[in-house]
Design a protein around this ligand. Structure first.
Ligand code: ADP
Length: 403
C-alpha cells in the first residue's frame, strides 16, 4: 500500500512516501519539504530514494498549491517515483493536538474535522495548519482516504492525578485545561521498539522514554501504556528545550508581563520562542552549535547542558518512583540520538541504582543499540524515532479495515 505521510505546518509541508507491505516491511520511496508557503520566495526540496535531491524555488501562495507541488514532484518523469496520482492509496496526517477527543488515529470525516477544529484553541500554531493540509489534500486527491494520527493520543491513558492541574476544577470542566502531553507517536514507537530490542514483554514492563530534540519530553510507559509525561496543556511544560522554557513558577508570567509591559501573546512568544537554550545562552537554540561553544569554555552554554541533563534526570527519577521501578530507559530524537555525552551524563545520575553504561556501545551507536552493560540494573538503549512510520502503519490499518 502506497501511503503519503504529511506533516503540515503553518508555512511548511513535510512529506514522506512509503510503500507499506506490512508493519515491519516497508520502503521509503521519497521524502521532502515545501517551505515558506505564503511568502514571496517558496521552495520545494524533494528527495527520491536512490536519486539526486531536487530543489525548486518558486512562490507557493497557499497549502493547496503546496500539496499540488508535492504530488507533481512524486510523478515527475525525472525526479518522480510514481507513474500516476492514482498509485497513492491513502494519506496520513500528523496532528499535534487531539485533546481528549482522540485516543487513537482516525479516518477523516466531517465529525473528525469538527473535533480537530475544536482543538485549535490548544494548538493555535499547529492545528489550523493541519486542517489546511487535510482540506488541500481533499481538493487535489478527492477520492483518496485520509487518516489523522495525534501527538496527544498515546497520553490519553494517563490517570486523573497525572493529567489534572491543581487549579479550580471548573477550569478543567469549562475550558478543558488539563495535561495532554505531546510527542506521543514517538514515545509509543520507541517504547515498543525498545521492548522488542531488549526481549521484554511489552505488556509487562516499565519503560521511560526520553525524546530529546528541539522539543523535548520524557514519558513513563507501563505495560505499553502512558502513565505520565512531561509536556502538559501545551508542549511548553516540562524540561528545558531549544527555545521553550519548560516548567517555571507560574507567578513569573504576570510579574514579567508587568515589568516588561507585555501582552499575553508577547509573553507566550517569549516562553515558546525566546527561552530555553536560546534564552539562557543568548547564542543559539541548536544543541550541536551550543555544544561546540560549551567545549570552548563558554559558561552559559555549559549551564545549559547541565540544566538539560538534570531536567531529564529529575523526570526519569520521578517516573521511576511513579512506576515503582523501571526496566528500561530509552533515548531518542535529534539531541539524544546524536550526543553520547548526554546519555552518559543522565545515566551517571542513576549509578547509585546500579545503572551501568557500556561506554564503547554508547560511543558507537548504529541504529537501535543497547548501551548498558549486561550487569546493569536497568537496560538503557538508543532508538532512532520514526513518527512517519507510525502514521503510515496506522493509516494502513484503518484503510485496510475499510476494504
Ligand atoms: P525537532 O523537535 O525539530 O524534530 P530534532 O529531533 O530534529 O528536533 O532535534 C534537533 C536538535 O538535535 C538540534 O538541537 C540539533 O542540534 C540536534 N542534533 C541533530 N543532529 C545532531 C548531530 N548529528 N549531532 C549533535 N546534535 C544534533
Amino acid at each position: 500500500m502506497i501511503i503519503l505521510v504529511i506533516n503540515c505546518g503553518s508555512s511548511s509541508v513535510k512529506y514522506q512516501l512509503l510503500d507499506m507491505k506490512n508493519d515491519d516491511e516497508y520502503s521509503l520511496l521519497a521524502k521532502g519539504i515545501v517551505e515558506k508557503i505564503g511568502l514571496p520566495e517558496g521552495r520545494i526540496t524533494h528527495k527520491p530514494t536512490g536519486k539526486d535531491k531536487f530543489v525548486s524555488d518558486l512562490a507557493i501562495p497557499d497549502h493547496t498549491v503546496g500539496m499540488k507541488l508535492v504530488l507533481d514532484a512524486l510523478v515527475d518523469p525525472e525526479h518522480g517515483v510514481l507513474s500516476s496520482f492514482n498509485d497513492i492509496d491513502a494519506v496520513g496526517h500528523r496532528i499535534v493536538q487531539g485533546a481528549d477527543f482522540f485516543s487513537e488515529s482516525a479516518l477523516v470525516n466531517e465529525d473528525v474535522i469538527k473535533k480537530i477544529e475544536l482543538c485549535c484553541d490548544f494548538a493555535p500554531l499547529h492545528n489550523p495548519a493541519h486542517l489546511l493540509g487535510i482540506r488541500a489534500m481533499s481538493e487535489v486527491l478527492p477520492s483518496v482516504p485520509q487518516v489523522v494520527t495525534f501527538d496527544t493520543a498515546f497520553h490519553q491513558t494517563m490517570e486523573p492525578y497525572a493529567y489534572l492541574y491543581a487549579l479550580p476544577y471548573e477550569y478543567y470542566e469549562k475550558y478543558r485545561v488539563r495535561r495532554y502531553g505531546a510527542h506521543g507517536t514517538s514515545h509509543q514507537y520507541v517504547s515498543g521498539r525498545a521492548a522488542r530490542l531488549a526481549g521484554l514483554d511489552p505488556q509487562n514492563c516499565r519503560i521511560i522514554t526520553c525524546h530529546i530534540g528541539n522539543g523535548s519530553s520524557v514519558t513513563a510507559v507501563r505495560n505499553g501504556k502512558c502513565v505520565d509525561t512531561s509536556m502538559g496543556f501545551t508542549p511548553l511544560e516540562g524540561m528545558i528545550m531549544g527555545t521553550r522554557c519548560g516548567t517555571i513558577d507560574a507567578n513569573i508570567v504576570p510579574y514579567i508581563m508587568k515589568k516588561e509591559n507585555l501582552t499575553p501573546d508577547e509573553v507566550t512568544d517569549v516562553m515558546n520562542k525566546k527561552s530555553g537554550f536560546l534564552g539562557l545562552s543568548g547564542i543559539t537554540s541548536d544543541a550541536r552549535d551550543l555544544k561546540a561553544i560549551a567545549d570552548k569554555g563558554n559558561e552559559k552554554a555549559k549551564v545549559v547542558f547541565k540544566k538539560l541533563t538534570m531536567d531529564i534526570a529529575k523526570l526519569v527519577g520521578g517516573y521511576i518512583a511513579e512506576m515503582n521501578g523501571v526496566d528500561m530507559i530509552v533515548f531518542t530524537a535529534g539531541i539524544a540520538e546524536n550526543n553520547a555525552f548526554i546519555r552518559t551524563d543522565v545515566c551517571e545520575q542513576f549509578k547509585f541504582l546500579g545503572v551501568k553504561l557500556d561506554e564503547y556501545a554508547n560511543e558507537h551507536t548504529d541504529g537501535e543499540t543497547i548501551i548498558s552493560t549486561p550487569d546493569s540494573s536497568v537496560i538503557v538503549a538508543m532508538i532512532p524515532t520514526d513518527e512517519e512510520l507510525v502514521i503510515a502503519r496506522d493509516t494502513m490499518h484503518i484503510v485496510t479495515a475499510l476494504q
